[in-house]
Design a protein around this ligand. Structure first.
Ligand code: NAD
Length: 472
């Protein structure tokens, strides 16, 4: 049984002052595999003070020094990527291919950001003014449980490139991944206090970060409801806030779509990360004339999906992260049935042969209308809603009829038509005939999916303030 009771503050691993403990449960086996003691407000204040001490020195480093730091972090994370992958499999049931990709992506973030920094102009001339980009100050980086290494590393890379010291708070559901990541980042040998890491509850550690006057910037990834709480709490001290939030992304199959290629990609978009992805394409919009074909192709695809042990390379879908989350997804499946959707695959309960583990049956509903909860709410599990349209105009209106606007997918044999549709969709990112994004391009949501953009130069500028100097 492993026990985690340390935070990483001022370049050292220190015992936390908090005393709340949580059991760590492997979601595939339901076994208790460890225990974590959470940090509290006093630990958070120490971490903020360490970052505050490191801030002036970091802010005065030259571009080349920050690039060296980023490349050292890249190497440190890369050399621990197998440990990060294994921790993600064990702790939240992420499947092998996905966790492998995320742990390598976590290292790549530092290299990508070093490249952006290398080409970045800190001073530009606008009319008679010099406009100088300056680090915004100490940043709080708050991450969810469903992509710990990727989220933390992409935020940390931009913070360091900008010259911002940080306090990192991953989810309290991720102590093993946090421990592996913290030891990896420590190996990079950055100056003390440049980044600090602690685990704790939102209502104390998170709240301290969002209200403490020493924190100038919040970069948050998580649910829309938490994002709103953070935005409200942090306005009193006028923090700069970036929010990457939830989604209910639409996948549009246009009427000329080649189903043999589109359906597997659309299903991956829907069920990636066991359905626990902010960008999951959880609404599939289908032309009425092709509904029968789509349903057959979707059923065939679901039949081929292996559900089970996330460390098995053949597994497509692992367990939900926790018992509570399993129950939440079950509630949505029951609601889909009660509200009149037609079940075409999956359903309530565990998949056959899996008595242990928080496994959800990959579930697909047809005849979903926009009055049903499964059409509107983020379920965060392997549940796909098929909705039918009669015209392209109606399809675009249906895709946009959502409180969220994170990502959308368009599949068509006509690239020009797909592009015209993409330009009319209210989403931060639109992917055409693919389900993977461009990681140097801006990522973020419209409407209730967030505020601001991450990644690449947009991610860097989220940690900068412009200063205008005009002289005679
Ligand atoms: P969550 O909002 O419950 O928690 C996210 C983080 O916020 C955790 O570290 C949590 O401890 C912290 N937190 C909670 N209350 C807080 C408060 N009052 N102040 C400060 N911090 C607080 O989200 P989750 O369940 O961990 O993650 C799933 C959600 O994250 C989904 O909605 C998903 O769509 C979203 N998500 C979005 C993206 C994106 O890039 N848009 C990526 C991954 C996940």
């Amino acid at each position: 049984m492993r026990s985690f009771n340390q935070a990483y503050i001022d370049g050292a691993f220190v015992q936390v002052q908090g005393n709340e403990t949580l059991s760590i449960i492997n979601p595939a086996s339901e076994q208790v595999i460890g225990q974590v003691t959470l940090a509290n407000r006093a630990d958070t204040v120490l971490a903020i003070e360490a970052a505050t001490r490191a801030q002036p020195t970091l802010a005065s480093t030259r571009k080349a020094e920050r690039i060296d730091m980023l490349l050292a972090l890249q190497q440190a994370v890369l050399s621990n990527s197998d440990r990060l992958r294994d921790a993600a499999i064990e702790e939240y049931g992420g499947v092998l291919a996905r966790t492998q990709w995320v742990s390598q992506y976590a290292a790549q973030c530092f290299k990508n950001t070093a490249h952006v920094l290398d080409g970045y102009e800190w001073v530009r001339t606008i009319g008679e003014a010099s406009v100088i980009m300056e680090p915004v100050g100490v940043a709080a980086l708050i991450a969810p449980w469903n992509s710990v290494a990727g989220t933390v590393c992409s935020k940390l890379a931009c913070a360091i490139a900008a010259g911002c010291a940080s306090v990192i708070k991953p989810s309290e559901l991720s102590p093993i991944q946090t421990h592996v990541l913290a030891t990896a980042l420590h190996e990079a040998g950055l100056p003390d206090g440049v980044f600090n890491i602690l685990l704790g509850r939102g209502h104390d550690v998170g709240d301290e970060l969002t209200t403490h006057p020493g924190v100038t910037k919040i970069s948050f990834t998580g649910s829309t409801s938490t994002g709103k709480q953070i935005a409200r709490a942090s306005i009193e001290t006028m923090k700069r806030v970036s929010l990457s939030l939830g989604g209910k992304s639409a996948t549009l199959l246009l009427d000329d779509v080649d189903l043999a290629t589109a359906v597997p990609l659309a299903m991956s978009a829907a069920f990636m990360n066991n359905g626990q992805a902010c960008v999951a394409g959880s609404r599939l919009l289908v032309p009425r004339a092709r509904l029968g074909e789509v349903i057959s192709a979707v059923r065939r695809h679901v039949d081929t999906m292996r559900i089970g042990d996330p460390s098995d390379p053949q597994t497509a879908i692992g367990p939900a992260v926790s018992q509570a989350h399993y129950e939440r997804v079950q509630t949505y499946i029951r609601r889909g049935l009660e509200q009149g959707a037609t079940l075409i695959a999956g359903g309530t309960g565990r998949p056959q042969g899996l008595e242990k583990g928080y496994y959800v049956r990959p579930t697909v509903f047809a005849d979903v209308t926009d009055r049903m909860d499964i059409a509107n709410e983020e379920i965060f599990g392997p549940v796909l809603s098929i909705m039918t349209y009669d015209s392209l105009e109606q399809a675009i209106a249906m895709a946009n009829r959502s409180d969220y606007g994170l990502q959308a997918y368009v599949f068509s044999s006509d690239p020009d038509m797909a592009r015209r549709v993409a330009l009319r969709l209210e989403a931060g990112t639109v992917l055409i005939n693919r389900h993977t994004s461009e990681l140097m391009a801006p990522f973020g949501g419209r409407k209730q999916s967030g505020l601001g953009r991450e990644f690449g130069v947009f991610g860097l500028e989220a940690f900068l303030e412009a200063k205008t100097v005009v002289a005679d």
